[in-house]
Write a protein that binds this ligand. Sequence first.
Ligand code: KG4
Length: 340
Amino acid sequence: MNILAFESSCDETAVAVVRDGREVLSDVILSQADMHAIYGGVVPEIASRRHVEAIAGLADEALQKAKITRGEVDAVAVTYAPGLIGAVLVGVNFAKSAAYALGVPLIPVHHIRGHIAANYIAFPELEPPFLALCASGGNTLLVDVRGYTDMEIVGGTRDDAAGECFDKAARVLGLPYPGGRPIDELAQGSAGGVYDLPRARIDGAPLDMSFSGLKTAVVNLAHNAEQKGETLDRAALARDFVRAVSDELVPRTMEAARICGRKTIAAAGGVAANSILRADLVRACEKAGCRLYLPPLSLCGDNGAMIGAQGYYEYRSGAAADLSLNAFATRDIAKTAAKD
Ligand code: KG4
C-alpha cells in the first residue's frame, strides 16, 4: 500500500511516499528554519504562508522521487493535530484535495504518533508494546504504546516542552534558532559542573515534568551576568543545562517503563537527537536491562515519512476520515480523529 503523506504542523513542509508503513520510497522536506531564525522562533503566519507556497511542488517531487504515478497512490495521510493551527490547516486542506482528486482514502495522523512511528521505519523488528519518550519543540510526553493505535499518556510536561526550553536557553546563550543542536555542540566542549540548575519535582505525579523553572533559571543567570559585567562560561552552562534536561527525562522514562511493565523503550522527536540524552538513555537502559530504540537523527525531527508510517497503521485500524476532517492545535494522543 503506497501512502502519500503530508506534514506541516510547524516550520517544516514535508511530503513522503511510504509503502506498507515501513518502506520509505521518498521523503522530501523543506525547512523554514532560516526564515524564522531572524525572529528567534517560529512566526505562525509566515509558517502557514510558506507551507501554502511549497506544498504542491513538494508533493510532485515526492511522487517523482518515489518513482510512482498519482494513480499508484493508495491513500493520503496527513498530520491533523497538534501544531500551529494555521500551519496544520494547510496540510489538512491540501491532503483533502489530494485524496478527493485521486479518489483514495484520507487518513488523519496525530503528529506525536507520527514521531513514535519514525522508529518503525528505522527498526523493522520493532512492534508495540513499548514505552515511548517523545520530546520535541512543542510536546514532551511519556507514552505507553500498547498497540500501533492504542496509546496512553502516562507522564509529561506540565508547562514548556523540552525543545522549547532548549530554544529559549539557546537564545540567551547567543545561539541561533532552533537552539537544540547548537547547545548540543557547545555542551560537547565542557565537562560542566559549574552552574547549579534546578530539577523539578511534582508532588504526587512522579512521571510529570516541568521545564519552565529551568528555562527561567538559565535566562536569569545570563541576564544577571550581563548586568554585573561578568563573563559566562557558555560551554559549561550549555553542558549543565543539557544535564538538567536529561535528568528530567531519563529517570522518568525508566520509571514509566517500570510502572507500565515495558522492557522496550523508544525515543522520538527533535530533542531525541541530543547526544547527551542519547548516551544517558543507553546507560540507563543497559542498567535496567531494557531494549532501547534511538531513531537516526534524520528521523528525529519533523518529516513526512513518519506520518506515512503511522498512517498505514491508522488505516489498518479503520481510522479513515471524510472530507469534513478538521485540524486541531491540541489533541490527546489517545484519541483518533474518526472517533469524535
Ligand atoms: O520534533 P521537532 O523537529 O519538531 C516538533 O515537532 O516540535 O523538534 C524540534 C525541537 C526544537 O526545539 C529543537 O531545538 C530540538 O527539537 N532539537 C534538539 C536537538 N536537535 C533538535 N534538542 C536538543 N538536542 C538536539 N541535538
